[in-house]
Design a protein around this ligand. Structure first.
Ligand code: ZN
Length: 65
């Protein structure tokens, strides 16, 4: 049972997003790309309806004075 618990923990740590079109859950981005300024762009594609979209996540970084 340890193995199952570990798998669940791993899945929770992954990016998770809902399809904007059908509301289906998407667990793994099709593509991830690091951008300038500490941003990461994810490309998502819904398996249920085929809808594809992008999100951009920006990680907080110290502001230089
Ligand atoms: Zn969908």
């Amino acid at each position: 049972m340890e193995l199952i618990r570990d798998v669940v923990k791993t899945m929770r740590a992954r990016p998770l997003i809902e399809c904007a079109q059908c509301g289906g859950r998407i667990y793994i981005p099709e593509w991830s790309e690091c951008l300038e300024g500490g941003r990461v762009r994810h490309l998502w594609q819904c398996e249920a309806c085929g809808y594809a979209f992008e999100t951009t996540v920006r990680f907080a970084e110290p502001v230089e004075a």
